[in-house]
Design a protein around this ligand. Structure first.
Ligand SMILES: Nc1ncnc2c1ncn2[C@@H]1O[C@H](COP(=O)(O)OP(=O)(O)O)[C@@H](O)[C@H]1O
Ligand SMILES: O=C(CO)[C@@H](O)[C@H](O)COP(=O)(O)O
Length: 484
């Protein structure tokens, strides 16, 4: 039976799954850590990919593979294909002012007009995370690097290219899902917007015509063979995808279904047959990996809020969960607004985290653990509301990502989000999506192969609107202070 590999090059690590192409049965897997930080030498991803593949027993018996990756990261390549500077990641907020400038400029000086023009053009209003904002930052702060730009790639594009042997810049490929996160690709027409790329680089359109942008392949279009020199001449490469589109494909979501991913980022993403154009900027109008759309709301803070709180309390994740479940809902009034890395949804890149309503009664270890879980889920409730405002009907979500392993998150999520929460077996659903894409490319079929996702536990709870309201009031206070 043919085997396929799926790779998830995410923020904190690289994960590899090897599955049977026809059934999706997991055969083996491996992972390797990525370095910390919000700018990373792509070579570190390449090294981690090699280690993860080795831990997964190699690719000698694999017929096809695809790479899913953290979205938006800016990989700058010179004419020889060398990386010009470390990649700026999706969670690097130095480009926050650049994003505001881009919105203002497209609006001829008016932010509201600019927001609606960006939303109309590419489905998304730039924030610090988007590639287009990082390019403007580069043009303004490192013009010597911007001048050498011969090609622009995203993390998954670059890794696919390396696996293919990186013969020339013209062999760079991507897919619609990841291209839609650049800010200079229109997922509705399927075309790059060179005018917006030129705006970002402060150049005329004719001056960016020579910059190579990866060719956008169809969802099941082969990207050629792997590099024979790497021992991958027998492997068909898939186009790959952004990690959130990968998760949707791995979970087998169809239009109308929504995922809640709590990894480094927190993401509520819904597969949709129609695009969104949210001028408020809260919802990004991305594409999925099957030809549909993937409106999503993404936070900078998620699993690491729990990591940091567990560290502070001197417990592991199981201990944090136990403590949180020992406290009563609402944590005796204690509220954590978890903007530990700034925030993107809402767009408050310079925000910091804050604890509200500390009293002798509320200042206990269980309450702090509970406030961390409720703060994270309060933040995600805002994402659900933002999607609903765009007409996305979210009544149930499928919970994935590292923090989906937390019992406290599973049990408390339905009450704060006000939806049913389905939790599949812990797994690497982004890598699974990449593997499923590889199997699709291999089969040449019109639709991805049917793979079962196994046991799903369902969590329901009575809504706790008072807890959400207290969180929202504290978050509004922070926003009001920052916005002056
Ligand atoms: N049981 C758990 N409870 C809460 N968080 C967890 C648990 N297990 C792992 N994590 C956290 O999940 C994160 C990794 O999740 P993952 O989805 O792989 O992230 P990413 O894809 O962004 O690299 C880490 O921050 C890790 O500490
Ligand atoms: O910026 C986004 C989506 O717009 C993030 O979701 C990144 O794609 C990083 O994902 P994880 O490493 O948290 O999975």
């Amino acid at each position: 039976m043919a085997l396929v590999a799926g790779i998830d090059s995410s923020t904190q690590s690289c994960k590899v799954v090897i599955r049977e192409a026809d059934t999706g049965r997991l055969v083996r897997s491996g992972s390797a850590a990525h370095p910390p930080g919000t700018e990373v030498d792509p070579e570190a991803w390449w090294t981690a990919l090699g280690s993860a593949v080795e831990a997964a027993g190699g690719l000698a018996d694999v017929a096809a593979l695809a790479v899913a990756g953290q979205q938006h990261g800016l990989v700058c390549l010179d004419p020889e294909g060398r990386v010009i500077r470390p990649a700026l990641l999706w969670n690097d907020t130095r480009s926050a002012d650049a994003a505001v400038d881009l919105v203002r400029e497209l609006g001829d000086g008016d932010l509201a007009v600019g927001s609606s023009r960006w939303a109309d053009a590419v489905g998304t209003v730039p924030v610090a995370s988007l590639t287009v904002s990082k390019l403007r930052w580069l043009a303004d702060h490192e013009p010597q690097h911007a001048e050498r730009l011969a090609a622009i790639a995203l993390p998954h594009d670059w890794l696919t290219w390396r696996l293919s042997g990186a013969a020339s810049l013209d062999t760079l490929v991507t897919d619609r899902s990841d291209a839609s996160g650049t800010g200079y690709f229109d997922a509705v027409t399927g075309a790059y917007r060179h005018d917006l790329l030129a705006l970002a680089l402060r150049r005329h359109v004719a001056e960016v015509a020579d910059i190579v942008l990866p060719r956008v392949l169809a969802p099941n279009e082969p990207a050629g063979r792997g590099d024979a020199a790497l021992g991958l001449g027998h492997v068909t490469l898939g186009p790959g995808c952004g990690d959130n589109a990968g998760a949707a494909l791995g979970l087998g979501l169809v239009p109308g279904q929504t995922s809640l991913s709590l990894g480094t980022s927190g993401v509520v993403a819904s597969v949709s047959s129609t695009p969104t154009h949210d001028a408020s900027g809260l919802v990004s109008g991305f594409a999925d990996a099957t030809g549909h759309f993937l409106p999503l709301a993404c936070t900078l803070n998620a699993s690491r809020v729990l990591d940091a709180t567990a560290g502070l309390l001197g417990v592991d994740h199981a201990g944090l969960s136990e403590l949180a479940l020992a406290a009563t809902p609402g944590a005796d009034g204690l509220v954590l607004v978890p903007y530990l890395e700034g925030e993107r949804t809402p767009n408050l890149p310079t925000a910091t985290g804050s604890l509200h309503h500390l009293t002798l009664a509320s200042m206990t270890r269980p309450n702090l653990a509970r406030a961390a879980v409720e703060g994270l889920l309060g933040l995600m409730a805002g994402c659900v509301t933002a999607l609903a405002a765009q007409g996305v009907d979210v009544r149930r979500v499928t919970l994935v990502g590292g923090a989906a392993r937390s019992d406290a998150v599973r049990q408390i999520a339905p009450s704060l989000l006000g939806v049913t929460v389905d939790v599949p077996e812990p797994g690497e659903y982004v890598a699974d999506g990449a593997a499923r894409q590889a199997a699709w490319v291999l089969s040449g079929g019109a639709t991805p192969p049917d793979w079962a996702i196994g046991e799903v536990a369902t969590f329901d709870a009575d809504p706790t609107p008072d807890v959400v309201a207290r969180y929202s009031a504290a978050a509004d206070e922070v926003a009001a202070r920052l916005r002056g």
